[in-house]
Ligand binder design. Structure first.
Ligand code: SER
Ligand code: ZN
Length: 498
């Protein structure tokens, strides 16, 4: 792809340049154009000073480059040399004003670009894209132009995937199982007052019966997985700060689905008095007034495992403690789901047991196989449900807004899907993922041997397990397997309503 960069910069100096021999500056420009701004570029490539002009205390430069030694890099190189040259005359550099920065590139995409950060104007015509940037010296030092080019490549990649459905490949299918129910379990549970829609969006209050079923699911996980496979429990944070989501990649795509968390700008009661008074007088919560007094600091737990990595961040572990196996069941996850009424199969607030293991590559892959065998046993022998496994886009890529597959076949996500007899749709109710080196790298976790640490995780959605199980077997324990019935015990009857 052809790419061209143009930069007009005014370099301000600490004194008049009139005393400097113009031949010296011309020599400097020749040196730049033949040597300094070519270093590292293939022959014929690199940057050049296309025009230059010295007036008073200012040097005006027009730089042009291809993709090698881009004009902002050229400017940096040249400034260092110029500092040396002017130093001989006891003149220093005061600063650089960027008058114009343009990027031109081939652009054959059939979709329109909208707004881009740091871009003043954007022209898309006859196979060329021209961007005029709004950048200062520090934005150039931070390589903003390079990042804009990368962003465009990202967008092109995303456009290729758009419209295509996410990757899905069947890996395993269970036997057919008897179904004893053909209704929507959410409705049936609501009728029996096992659950009630809560005050929040996609949120329920779970009554004693269904809660006991959730706890039975957890007990099955303990008996079949945690105890025999040597897992220990941890408590992961449920508020996630942006620093975590920058490292986990969620900062690249979570925005339409996050539950945002804000803190007060100050705890000073005086600052809040107006809000308090307004509420007392109107009985309305003045959300607009609140919005001005708070600031966003992150969001609610979304993927469950990412904030736990802070525990290991920057640490080195001895190899002999591997594989490490832990789980968290300490709280809710939150996602802003697409509109419409959904039952417990699609919630804004849900409960999940997150299972996390780490080790060397072979250990992590091997453990994912052990887990899959355990799950198969649970679904076939205890819950007795009809389900299947599919190889899908890894969750961490999907959550960054990427489609497709990880490059390595060893890294990726297996989704577990269950039949919902009432809906003809399948429901994804958990996953098992090998996440490769992504998290250890993102959070700088190392092994003593220097080998690369890998990790995997598996999220067990309690409501999703219930949605599949109850849809197939119904709410009547007589139709449940003996094993599951005894895992649950008596269903408690606590409330009655008139
Ligand atoms: N962290 C994984 C996910 O969010 C597994 O729970 O899908
Ligand atoms: Zn996870």
């Amino acid at each position: 792809m052809v790419m061209q960069f143009l930069l007009i910069a005014n370099i301000k100096c600490s004194g008049s340049l009139s005393g400097i021999n113009s031949g010296d500056i011309a020599d400097f420009v020749t040196y730049c154009n033949t040597n300094l701004l070519k270093k590292g570029a293939p022959s014929g490539g690199g940057a050049v000073i296309d025009q230059w002009n010295v007036a008073g205390e200012k040097i005006k430069l027009k730089l042009v480059s291809d993709r090698y030694v881009r004009v902002h890099d050229a400017l940096l190189r040249l400034k260092n040399e110029l500092t040396k040259l002017l130093g001989k005359h006891r003149i220093g550099l005061r600063g650089v004003e960027i008058e114009d920065y343009r990027i031109l590139m081939d652009w054959d995409e059939d979709w329109q670009l909208k707004k881009l950060p740091f871009v003043k104007t954007l022209k898309q015509e006859r196979g060329t894209l021209t961007l005029a940037l709004d950048v200062d010296e520090s934005a150039l030092a931070n390589r903003i132009p390079d990042r804009i080019v990368r962003l465009l490549e990202d967008k092109k990649e995303a456009a290729k995937w758009k419209g295509k459905s996410e990757h899905w490949e069947l890996l395993f299918e269970s036997e057919k199982k008897p179904f004893y129910f053909d209704k929507d379990p959410t409705e049936e549970m609501a009728n029996r007052c096992w659950i009630r829609h809560a005050a929040g969006r996609g949120q329920f209050v779970y009554g004693p019966q269904i809660t006991k079923i959730f706890r039975a699911f957890e007990r099955i996980l303990f008996d079949e997985i945690f105890t025999p496979l040597g897992y220990e429990e941890m408590i992961f944070p449920k508020f996630v700060s942006w620093d975590v989501w920058k490292r986990s990649g969620h900062a690249k795509g979570i925005y339409p689905e996050a539950y945002y968390v804000c803190t007060p700008k100050t705890r000073d009661p005086d600052y809040w008095e107006e809000v308090i008074d307004y509420y007392k007088v109107t009985n309305e919560v003045p959300v607009d007034m609140i919005m001005k007094r708070i600031e966003n600091v992150g969001g609610m737990c979304y993927a469950q495992c990412p904030p736990s990595w802070v525990f290991l961040q920057g640490k080195t572990m001895p190899d002999d403690i591997l594989p490490v196996k832990v789980f968290d069941r300490s709280g809710t996850s939150h996602r802003y789901e697409s509109g419409g009424l959904h039952g417990i199969e699609r919630l804004d607030e849900f409960h999940r047991v997150e299972i996390l293991w780490m080790g060397k590559k072979e250990q992590v892959i091997e453990h994912s196989k052990q887990l899959r065998a355990k799950y198969r046993h649970i679904f076939d022998e205890i819950l007795d449900i009809e389900w299947r496994e599919a190889w899908v886009t890894p969750w961490f890529m999907a959550q960054e807004g990427k489609a497709g597959l990880a490059e390595l076949r060893e890294v990726g996500t297996i989704d577990y899907e269950g039949v919902l007899p009432y809906s003809a749709k399948m429901l994804e109710f958990q996953n098992v993922s090998v996440n490769g080196d992504k998290y250890p790298k993102g959070f700088s976790v190392k092994l003593q041997s220097g080998e690369q640490l890998w990790s995997g995780c598996s999220g067990v959605g309690l409501q999703r397990w219930a949605a599949v199980f109850l849809a197939q077997k119904g709410l009547d324990p007589d139709n449940w397997s003996e094993k599951f019935r005894s895992a649950v015990g008596e269903l408690p009857e606590v409330f009655r309503f008139l």
